[in-house]
Design a protein around this ligand. Structure first.
Ligand SMILES: *Cc1c(COP(=O)(O)O)cnc(C)c1O
Length: 322
């Protein structure tokens, strides 16, 4: 494989940075403090943060001569959906190893996986590490039949994938040079790691979603990989809110329900139940605790996830609530 491959262009860049004055005031900030980075508007496959990662990981896959992409995730994985879309766009076959079984409803991301023509393999009650193992087994079986398959990691969070979020950090340096806080949901960690790589650890507040057991360790590992050396200074300064997980990753917590209604009813912006809703709940907490203060330029990363809302069983009741 070549040393460093040029990324593909799979989306529309730069994504907009939009003011959110009514939401800002509701949170207790000044009207001009809060802005939303619209990485839900990345184009391909319904949009979302995984498009930036796929520009790098698919470039590597193509450079290796792959004709099939394999990745794994939850049944409502946005990364699985966007890998399926990228594969369709590039003319590659896609195999998705998903947690759970075939008997649930085919809604949201899962329905889109099927629409993009991906093959779904159910992994049962497996965690992210077990699913990665299954993905590698499938790759081995395909290799036996002469098919070159590239396994993309859970959440797209390899060092290569995280480079996509260094690109987003560079857009923000231009769009919001006075940025003091960037609030971002943390799943597999590549998004936060790429942003810290460019903006520094003190400006990025990550909100853990419960997707992985050790978010801090993952982010630190990715940061070291991006920098080609250990970044102990950044390691010590990483800001992570671990309090928004509630009853677990796929559970829509009451605080997130409130955050979804708040963003929708102040700005007409739809957040998602797993990631961006938690990010806003984390920002609300940070303002309440004085960690984010009026007069500080604050950006909420809208990382996408809309199809997951339509795939969530609690959406209807949360939407209806006053
Ligand atoms: C995957 C995802 C995230 C988290 O990104 P990581 O790089 O995995 O931490 C945030 N928001 C949405 C909508 C996602 O799909």
């Amino acid at each position: 494989m070549p040393e460093r491959v040029e990324p593909l262009v799979l989306g529309s860049w730069p994504t907009p940075l939009e003011p959110a004055p009514r939401l800002s005031v509701k949170l207790g900030l000044l009207p001009s403090d809060l802005w939303i980075k619209r990485d839900d508007l990345t184009g391909l496959g319904g949009g979302g943060n995984k498009v930036r990662k796929l520009q790098y990981t698919c470039a590597v896959a193509l450079a290796k001569g792959a004709t099939t992409l394999i990745t794994c995730g939850a049944a409502q994985s946005n990364n699985a959906r966007l890998t399926a879309a990228a594969g369709a766009h590039l003319g590659l076959d896609v195999v998705l190893v998903l947690a759970g079984g075939p008997h649930g409803p085919t809604t949201g991301n899962l329905a889109l996986d099927e629409l993009f023509g991906a093959t779904v393999v159910w992994a049962g009650d497996a965690d992210d590490i077990e699913m990665d193992v299954r993905a590698k087994e499938i790759s081995g079986e395909l290799r036996h039949r002469g098919v070159v398959a590239e396994v993309l990691p859970y959440g797209g969070s390899s060092v290569e994938g995280a480079r996509g979020y260094a690109d987003c950090g560079r857009e923000l340096v231009v769009q919001a040079p006075d940025l003091e806080h960037l609030v971002v949901a943390v799943g597999s960690g590549g998004t936060m790691a790429g942003l810290i790589h460019v903006l520094g650890a003190t400006k990025v507040l990550g909100v853990h979603t419960g997707a992985v057991a050790d978010p801090l360790g993952r982010i630190q590992g990715l940061l070291d990989g991006l920098a080609d050396r250990a970044r102990s200074e950044d390691h010590a300064q990483i800001r992570l809110d671990l309090e928004q997980v509630g009853d677990g990753y796929s559970h829509l917590t009451p605080r997130v329900g409130e955050a979804l209604r708040l963003a929708a009813r102040t700005e007409g912006i739809v957040l998602d139940p797993i990631y961006t809703g938690r990010a806003l709940a984390g920002l609300q907490t940070a303002v309440a605790q004085g960690e984010v203060r009026p007069g500080q330029r604050t950006v909420l990363l809208h990382s996408g996830g809309l199809p997951g809302l339509f795939g969530h069983p609690d959406f209807g009741s949360v939407a209806r609530s006053r």
